[in-house]
Write a protein that binds this ligand. Structure first.
Ligand code: F6P
Length: 740
């Protein structure tokens, strides 16, 4: 075999434990490569396949239909042979024979370290191959360097420098679903369950699933319990039962340790609590279920963006000889040094091994510490403060369409405020409750089970108060001596709070601090790049589209799917990316006949080439004239009987359902910060209004005065939308360059 090609070539592999989203990443590498005219080879079965020359050249079409599949379609394995130099020698020979000197590895830190070693040895491996007559001397000139770009494929979310790893969000879906199911049987019997989750040395899955499921205790490697935990856990669980908890859930990370470094297992925990409390608890080990199943919406689009970033990075000059790692920091993709990231990770594992837990947590980063603090408050059976220590009356309300996660946000707000010794009033039905003096004090245990409940338990309406309502609202606030307001909701909520804000001169009682927390499936609120509910809606859309696409399995069909969002195209754009839609129609981009003509031409061509499904997603307010119905009829009319066209309006299924783990956690985190900020404002006699921020602006709490400059009032959406620059990626994923 000789390599005569001058064309750039990349090999992509998945290695180590599989993770949901790996297929999306492979697909993105293959398709981005195709669009850029790069040859892409898939290495089957990880390093094992590289050693044994199991490489196949991929085409744009070879990754059709894999985006939503679990596991990895190109296989993975743990290779002993590659760990030996003799194995790496074979691997290098196979790379050279296929003309490849760029390697994209999707795997955990072991796989990435292997890739780095391979790259460091590259020159000496090639020298040895030349000396042995296995490759020509020319190959060294042609392939002087092996470029490595890694993506972390691991459900554990255990890599430094990146917010999320491929598969972690899907694993959280599996865990949360399982724990929700366990909770209902546990509550029926008033039982305690001990649930073991994966994560090796990293407690991320355990900690986040404990927050997302409202668990009563969690064991993670980074925060081992203090000596005497055996007595403490019994007291805490008994406290919960005495306070009215019907189910007790204990989450144990598989790598949990005590402060001496001895493993804490589910069996040990069972023995401790059964003996200490006189109960008969049950153990559930979730095991590989966590790594299985389909990827979540996040894992589909995040992995797609990561794969796209990896290929573009390969095209850049990188003479440093050092491997790169694709990382994500609040929705922004970037490149970090591979071994610096892996090294940091190893350091954390060593610190844990050496019982330097505080230092380990320090290296994990500040958001870790915050998660721990949040968990510590949320799991309490009773507030630490009492009404004699706090001074404030805080009103909590939901406004706008109910959005999944609103209850989790109310729960967190109530617990944080009560824990700091304040009184909390739940306002019924948003501003209507303030107008009609419909609010009630809320207690700690009342909201215990709210974390995973859908809708809004306190009621949420879209009523925006008018001038004539102001007097009644002022009277309500005065009567209950409300000192501050937490509004958890969408545009109606922000608009209503703005009206109160503007009426401060006339109604002095409105001179109180308030914080708005974004909760809207549309994700159309300023300053906060992800609002509560949007992730659940996106998952609802993606699951529905999975089903819809299957209905075309034995026929040729194009679907025009209408999704919600009002004038904000977030749901349409991101579901397009997560489902592999051919096109998305958004108000932000507009629709015209030229575009539609081009799309229908491309569609007809692709059906002629053997495709059997076409997917088009249209935002509900994309255009007044080019409606979903119009587009469906147009496509049908132009189909030349090659395919039929179905119009699907997803409707309210997008708003309903139990909140995703991300929305539960996001709701809890935003509410934690908002409530603490509100109380701090009250302490500091700061009467300003605020809304929560997250993402690009870097601001976590934004003064209400800035609202005006950040929004389009006409279209009720932020002026700056981070996701709008992802269209290029979506186009690369959707359009086969050979069909253009
Ligand atoms: O790293 C991913 C992971 O799922 C860990 O959470 C777990 O400890 C390990 O892999 C299990 O490995 P295996 O599939 O080889 O049993």
């Amino acid at each position: 075999m000789t390599d005569n090609s001058e064309q750039k070539a990349i090999a992509v592999m998945t290695s180590g434990g599989d993770a949901q989203g790996m297929n999306a990443a492979v697909r993105a590498v293959v398709r981005t490569g195709s669009v850029l005219g790069i040859k892409v080879f898939a290495i089957h079965e990880g390093y094992e396949g590289l050693v044994n020359n199991k490489l196949t050249e991929m085409t744009w079409d070879s990754v059709s239909g894999v985006l939503g599949q679990g596991g990895t379609v190109i296989g993975t394995a743990r290779s002993k042979e590659f760990r030996e130099r003799s194995g790496r020698l074979k691997a290098a020979k196979n790379m050279v024979h296929n003309g490849i000197d760029n390697l994209v590895v999707i795997g955990g830190d072991g796989s990435l370290t292997g890739a780095n070693q391979f790259s460091e040895e590259w020159k000496s491996l090639l020298d040895e191959l030349v000396a042995g007559g296995e490759i020509s001397a020319d190959a060294i000139k042609k392939h002087p360097q092996l470029k490595i770009v890694g993506m972390v494929g691991s459900i554990d979310n255990d890599m430094a420098n990146t917010d999320m790893t491929i598969g972690a969000d899907s694993a959280l879906h599996r865990i949360t679903e399982a724990v929700d199911a366990i909770k209902s049987t546990a509550a029926s019997h008033q039982r305690t369950f001990i649930v073991e989750v994966m994560g090796r040395n990293c407690g991320y899955l355990a900690l986040v699933s404990a927050i997302a499921s409202g668990a009563g205790w969690v064991f993670v490697p980074e925060y081992p319990p203090y000596e005497g935990w055996e007595k403490k856990i019994c007291e805490v669980l008994q406290g919960g039962i005495d306070a009215g908890r019907r189910d007790s859930i204990i989450i144990v990370a598989e790598g949990a340790r005590d402060r001496q470094g001895n493993p804490i297992t589910c069996d040990m925990v069972k023995e401790v609590i059964d003996n200490g409390m006189g109960i008969d608890s049950r153990i559930t080990i979730l095991g590989h279920v966590q790594r299985g199943g389909i990827p979540s919406a996040y894992d589909r689009y995040m992995s797609t963006l990561a794969g796209h970033t990896a290929v573009h990075d390969i095209l850049k000059d990188n003479d440093s000889g050092r491997g790169h790692l694709v990382v994500v920091d609040k929705n922004r993709f970037g490149i970090a040094d591979l071994m610096e990231s892996v090294g940091k990770n190893r350091q954390i594992a060593d610190l844990i091994k050496n019982k330097k837990f505080d230092e380990a947590v320090e290296l994990r980063g500040s958001s870790w510490k915050k998660l721990r603090d949040i968990y510590r408050t949320m799991c309490l059976a009773l507030p630490r403060g009492d009404e004699t220590t706090g001074t404030y009356n805080i009103a909590v309300m939901n406004c706008g369409w109910p959005s999944p996660g609103m209850n989790a946000a109310v729960r967190a707000a109530v617990r944080i405020a009560l824990d700091r010794g304040n009184k909390v009033f739940k306002v019924h039905n948003g501003f209507e409750g303030l107008i009609n003096d419909d609010l009630k004090k809320v207690e700690w245990m009342e909201i215990e089970e709210w974390i995973g409940q859908p809708g809004s338990n306190i009621g949420s309406t879209r009523t925006v108060p008018g001038e004539s309502d102001m007097y009644n609202i002022a009277a309500t606030l005065e009567k209950s001596k409300i000192d501050g307001i937490l509004m958890i909701g969408g545009w109606a909520g922000y608009s209503g709070m703005e009206r109160l804000y503007k009426m401060r001169k006339i109604f002095p009682v409105f001179n109180m601090p308030f914080v708005c927390i974004p909760a809207s499936i549309n994700n159309s609120l300023p300053g906060c790049e992800l609002s509560i509910g949007a992730d659940t809606a996106l998952n609802n859309i993606v699951s529905a589209i999975d089903v819809i696409k299957h209905s075309a399995d034995s026929s040729c069909r194009a679907f025009i799917v209408e999704v919600m969002g009002r004038y904000c195209g977030y749901l349409a754009a991101m579901s397009g990316l997560a489902t592999g839609a051919e096109e998305v129609y958004l108000h932000e981009k507009g629709i015209n006949l030229d575009k539609l003509r081009k799309h229908i031409r491309r569609l007809v061509k692709s059906f002629k080439h053997g495709r059997n499904v076409g997917l088009y997603i249209r935002n509900e307010k994309a255009d007044k004239i080019y409606t979903t119905d119009f587009i469906a009829r147009l496509f049908e009319a132009e189909s030349n009987d090659l395919f039929d066209v179905k119009k699907v309006v997803l409707g309210p299924l997008q708003q309903g359902g139990i909140p995703s783990p991300f929305d539960r956690t996001m709701a809890t985190r935003l509410s934690f910060d908002a409530t603490n900020h509100l109380i701090d404002c009250l302490d500091a006699k700061d009467n300003h209004g605020y809304f929560m921020g997250f993402g690009g602006t870097g601001e976590t709490i934004i003064n209400f005065r800035k609202l005006d400059e950040m929004i389009s009032r006409l279209h009720e959406r932020p002026l700056d939308q981070w996701w709008e620059n992802l269209f290029e990626v979506a186009a690369d994923m959707a359009h086969n360059p050979e069909e253009n």
